[in-house]
Ligand binder design. Structure first.
Ligand SMILES: *Cc1c(COP(=O)(O)O)cnc(C)c1O
Length: 400
């Protein structure tokens, strides 16, 4: 018999009762250090007092009114995002996939308004992940996710990642935008090189194609800058973000320049829930913390400590970890054994992590974690390594 909750996820047999910072207490009494953070979403950790107070206060006043009325919390959030990024205007929605859908719509509409209604195609990267709606499955392009869902939505083509000549060759008179993640998350924490991003910017300037960045996972402080593209010194024309923006409360956003956004007049796009007072109050509370002087520097300091400790662990256990990847607190450890086994051993050692493609263990802790949390996480990972080595040697012994 099928479970009442549809079995689309292979869930760990764990439920949590309470969280605090980077820690989660399970209903069986065990305490876990949370380096999954709701898949890079709980940016302030669990039960952050400022976020809890903002949500509680807003819920007690007015939660939802629809976009038929002004939403001061959303106006404030948009002003802050505009003040701190390349963007001139912001559209709020509820998830990463929804933000990406809107991003593609806006890119096409901007091309139409620029006199190029034929420019509808989006160039995407091999290994991309853009979400699970029908169009974003086509943008993702992974056959595993497309199976059984009919013809992929038209208008998305794929090129090798980090290959500027391949992108150049793929541009046609029908190209509207180039869409990519500054660091591919789901497919294994693979970074676009700064040179590639800068070359894409130049290519877009030259051809009138729009640069559309998916910062759903890399955004909102995850890499130690407010948005990851800032490390490369470039700006996109349009960008999506979501995961960490609400600190665990669902909210997504599309940020665009005036040139791209000017076509988005009343009636051209919409959402019932998007940007409601509660979601915007949560995101404003997250920004209060992230934009406080020194906070992003602290993220970089924590990341540097983790890098140092993890490099030592990788050097110590080359038969378990073959490489460290990533930037800031978006960290990947490529595994030698199947990553599922490493994730399981880490969980048994009291550390929650996520897997990613390319046999990579993904570490995406809350941005607020302490130095002690960093040390404790790597100590727990070292215990997991010992477990794996012991179990592997037992299995291998008879063959030796
Ligand atoms: C998670 C993710 C998405 C999808 O976000 P949802 O909120 O699950 O729809 C899209 N793009 C990237 C880069 C992501 O990491």
């Amino acid at each position: 018999m099928i479970s009442p909750i549809m079995p689309t996820y292979k869930r760990a047999d764990l439920a949590f009762e309470q969280g605090e910072g980077a820690w989660l207490l399970a209903s069986d009494g065990r305490r876990f250090l949370d380096f999954a953070a709701g898949i890079a979403t709980c940016s302030l950790g669990h039960a952050h007092p400022h976020l809890v107070a903002a949500i509680t206060e807003q819920a007690g006043r007015v939660m939802h009114v629809s976009n038929l009325f002004r939403i001061p919390q959303g106006e404030k959030l948009a002003e802050r995002l505009v003040a701190n990024t390349f963007a001139d205007s912001v559209f709020f929605c509820n998830s990463g996939a929804e933000a990406n859908e809107g991003m593609v719509k806006m890119a096409r509409r901007a091309q139409m308004l620029a006199g190029h209604p034929e420019r509808v195609e989006i160039i995407c990267m091999d290994g991309a992940f853009h979400g699970r709606t029908l169009a974003m499955l086509a943008a993702t392009g992974n056959p595993k996710y497309l199976e059984g869902y009919g013809e992929p939505v038209a208008g998305f083509v794929h090129v090798p990642f980090n290959d500027i000549e391949a992108v150049r060759a793929a541009i046609t008179p029908r190209t509207a935008a180039i869409m990519l993640e500054p660091i591919q998350g789901e497919s294994g924490i693979k970074a676009a090189s700064p040179e590639f991003l800068r070359a894409l910017r130049a290519l877009c300037n030259e051809t009138g194609v729009l640069l559309a960045l998916d910062e759903v996972q890399t955004g909102v402080g995850r890499t130690g800058r407010l948005f990851a593209h800032q490390w490369a010194g470039i700006t996109p024309d349009i960008m999506s973000t979501a995961k960490g923006l609400g600190g665990g409360f669902p909210i997504g956003a599309i940020l665009a320049t005036q040139t791209v956004a000017r076509g988005m007049t009343p009636g051209t796009h919409g959402t019932t829930f998007g940007g409601n007072p509660l979601a915007c109050a949560a995101a404003n509370a997250v920004l209060d913390v992230l934009l406080a002087p020194g906070f992003l520097d602290q993220v970089c300091t924590r990341a540097a400590l983790l890098d140092e400790l993890l490099d030592a662990l990788v050097a110590d256990a080359p038969d378990v970890f073959t490489q460290r990847r990533g930037l800031g607190l978006l960290i990947g450890l490529r595994c030698a054994p199947p990553v599922g086994e490493v994730q399981e051993a880490a969980l048994e050692a009291g550390l929650l992590c996520v897997t990613a493609g390319d046999n990579v263990l993904r570490l995406v802790p809350p941005l607020t974690l302490s130095e002690d949390d960093c040390r404790e996480a790597v100590a727990r990972l070292a215990r997991a390594v010992t477990t794996i080595k012991n179990s592997t040697s037992t299995i291998l012994e008879p063959a030796q």
